[in-house]
Design a protein around this ligand. Sequence first.
Ligand code: G6P
Length: 608
Amino acid sequence: MCGIIGYLGQRPALPILIEGLKRLEYRGYDSAGVALLEPSGLEVIKEKGKIFVLERILNGRSFSATAGVAHTRWATHGAPTQVNAHPHLDTTGDLAVVHNGIIENYQFLRRYLSEQGVAFRTDTDTEVLAMLISHYYDGDLELAVRRALSIVEGTYGIAVVHRKHPREIVGARNGSPMLVGIGEDEYFLASDVAAVLAHTRQVIYLDDHEMVHLKDGTMHTKTVTDEKVTKSVHEVTWDLESIEKGGFSHFMLKEIFEQPATIRDSFRGRLLPDEGKAKLGGLIHNMEELRHLDRIIFLACGTSWHAAMIGEYMIERLARIPVEVEYASEFRYRNPIISDETIAWAISQSGETLDTLAALREAKTKGALALGICNVVGSTIARESDGGVYIHAGPEIGVASTKAFTSQVTVLAIITLLLGRMRNMSKDQGQELVNELQAIPEKVERILAMDECIRKIAAFYAESNNFLYLGRGINYPVALEGALKLKEISYVHAEGYPAAEMKHGPIALIDEKMPVVFVSPRGGSNQKILGNMEEVKARGGRIIAVVNEGDKAATDLADHVIPIPETVEYLSPLLTVIPLQLLAYHIAIIRGCNVDQPRNLAKSVTVE
Ligand code: G6P
């Protein structure tokens, strides 16, 4: 989704801003622009399309500005056009604003400003904000921003510059992440740490209703109601290498191949093999509540929601605690019933997904203990939770989530162990979980070694326009995830279904043009799935089967088999999902799709 980078220092601003924008590309966008505080005045250059289009326009022009702001826009209000791209200017052209989020009362504000004679040029809510700040401006930029924000409703992460304040940038946040990167004699203002990592690892994170005023080598933080706030400086542990492709053709492929390491990072130091137990430092202050909880509600969206469903199977089966999995967007609006012993547990790679954050806040208001499972350290959900667990997957740049999913499932297995051992789980069962989990990375390696075979299967089916993914039990969410991966990056219609439900509808779709992917490792429901395979076969459907090595019955029925190593059933999603990620990746590549930046999608969805 939209990205912001601002720079105030001694170096030429433009290359820093463009490089920052490129680091934000992965979030998804449809136009880009910069505002530079040139000695001659404010220069705003913006264009629809990718950053290289903007660069082409900038080529051959020279700029000496050492301060400026830039933006990648993911259209919400108004089409993705040059005019609607950010930065947006006020009527005088002196003030420029870049903005992430949505100004909800922009219609009202627009009417009010129009009555004052303000003429608008765009359809965007952001232009209203620029005009409003300008309306309040009487020589003090920070005060003007503060006044404007006091009547704005909605979400924003903003950066504001003004021709008459060439050494100043004012930033603010409400609901859309903003951070300040602190360099030597320079400051960066950004919506995502990836944009500043090439320059500094020292950051402060703004909280909601907070502003920052950068002015000539100084930084002041306060609330939008003018109360001074002191922020602590965080050291970012991710390095630059982790946000680069490292020889892979795409971030998604790199991240798929990183999974043996990232799964290991997710459980490193958290398993106690001798006792068959787990320790999770981020939950240390919540142990009493965890012992007495009567229900867990997982709140999540997208891939994280699929991981939550796997968590539900694991926790209910092994720790015997009732679990509900909710789409965060539905949960937040339906007045959920929460007891004092309910834990609301948000799962979010980015830690910024607005629906998940809002659902967590809603649950908190109703008295639930709010916990998080996040990847991005210092993200809003991580900071607003009462406790939680980081998945330690490292930065995930590919829009289609892969390594974060397997790390979420790994962490959910560790949480299952923690909760289970507080209850009925025996030491032997605990040790089995620990041993099996520790063996997973090597098994993932073995599946990754089959990449070329999976690519050939992908080539065979790449022309198909519809896919069905079927699984049962704990592999039903994997079927959903496999179908989502294919949809997201190849734009092929794919549906995930519980295998037994196929006969209640989707069976009508099956013919020789419809590949059906069965996710069926050995375990409780493997035999039953064979029956579903027979049903597909009888109707001329093509079968791709992800099954355990040596599964002769499935191999006989399937057109293509992807054999995977054995593990205990409750950890099998960590293996079954890998070939589905590769299958989706290769189909998308063969179809000529941009896998790292699929159309219309955003990595982190910070609007409702
Ligand atoms: C977007 C992304 C998905 C992701 C979902 C939830 O839709 O494209 O890949 O699963 O948001 O994101 P989160 O950061 O909360 O896990």
